[in-house]
Design a protein around this ligand. Structure first.
Ligand code: SF4
Length: 178
């Protein structure tokens, strides 16, 4: 039987959701028997190809995030918002109450310890968006896994349900937002 293909990425995330995914520990071996990984921080694959499941950590804070998110949506049959940042912007969205200009000035000109102040302007760098957005504001999302991060048990419960053709649902104890 062909393995299901899973892609993962971190947009404006902290990689904590990926760390929690790795907390599946020995269950990763079981998962590897039925699933293979496409683009992901744990592979060397640069672009998301056709996949069954795309797991997205992090909200959208810059132009590259938008591009990557659209690539995942185009290629993944099921797209999943993983964690608080992807679901509602998370802690990085605290910058939404401050103007982008103020954030840049604080980080690159006025902050304590800044030397040779200049705001990075290399065209290679992705442009920051005015606000941090949850990913459902950019593309359609099929499922949301809450938590900062979701626990390994949430990932396991979700993935095993999909693999067995069941609709994912979580017991109350697994649902948390912190
Ligand atoms: S939800 Fe929490 S753990 Fe996941 S990327 Fe955001 S800050 Fe990190």
């Amino acid at each position: 039987m062909a393995k299901i293909k899973v892609a993962t990425t971190s947009l404006a995330g902290c990689f904590g959701c990926h760390m929690s995914f790795l907390d599946l520990d020995e269950r990763l071996v079981t998962l590897a028997e039925v699933a293979e990984f496409d683009r992901s921080p744990i592979t060397d694959i640069e672009h998301c190809g056709p996949c069954d499941i795309g797991l997205i950590e992090g909200g959208v804070c810059n132009s590259e995030n938008v591009h990557v998110l659209r690539e995942f949506r185009k290629n993944c049959k099921i797209l999943v918002a993983v964690g608080a940042c992807a679901i509602n912007g998370g802690l990085p969205a605290m910058r939404n109450s401050i103007s982008l200009e103020s954030c840049l000035l604080e980080a690159y000109r006025d902050g304590i310890g800044v030397e040779n102040a200049q705001i990075p302007s290399d065209p290679e760098l992705p442009l920051l968006l005015d606000k941090v957005h949850p990913i459902h504001e950019i593309v359609k999302i099929d499922y949301f896994l809450p938590g900062c991060p979701p626990s390994a048990d949430v990932f396991w419960s979700f993935l095993t349900a999909l693999l067995e053709g069941r609709e994912p649902s979580f017991p109350y104890e697994l649902v948390h937002y912190d």
